[in-house]
Design a protein around this ligand. Sequence first.
Ligand SMILES: [Zn+2]
Length: 175
Amino acid sequence: MARIKTVFKNIYFSLFDPSGKDLLSLPERIKNDLSLSLSGDEKIVISMKTERVIYRAGSSKDSNTFYKAFAVLTSKRVILAKNSTSLKIFRDFQLSQVNSLLYEEVASKPTIHVDIANSKYVLSLPPGSFTEAKTFFDTFNSFLEPGKRENNFCSKCGNKIHTDSVYCSHCGKKI
Ligand SMILES: [Zn+2]
């Protein structure tokens, strides 16, 4: 009985638990399609399921909102793919286009802001998915040129700190 309960619990969590580790796995069908469409040395690095992605173009008529898209980081770009039975790309952008990256938590939702020359992406990640969001963000951040990375996390305790801080306000480490 306990085992059946565990099975159901696992099914339940894999379907509904926003902090389940499936948030970081790309469905096989999308992964396979994507692997075939990548060029030369481009590789899939990490992916994360999003709640909502807002794309704000320079002119607002080209702005879009995508729900439940997968954000896929490759070694060259970020692809926003539809949660679908095959690969459908909403948009993508090159890592070299990214001017800055910012992570913040808005009402228990991890949020990633990506600034590109004339546009901006706001990735709202599932509520409570802090661990996965941090993993995704840190990996994304590490693929940018050093000058464009967000560095305002304490290297000792991992808490967010102000960019101009000298000491971490959480653990006191000198920045
Ligand atoms: Zn600290």
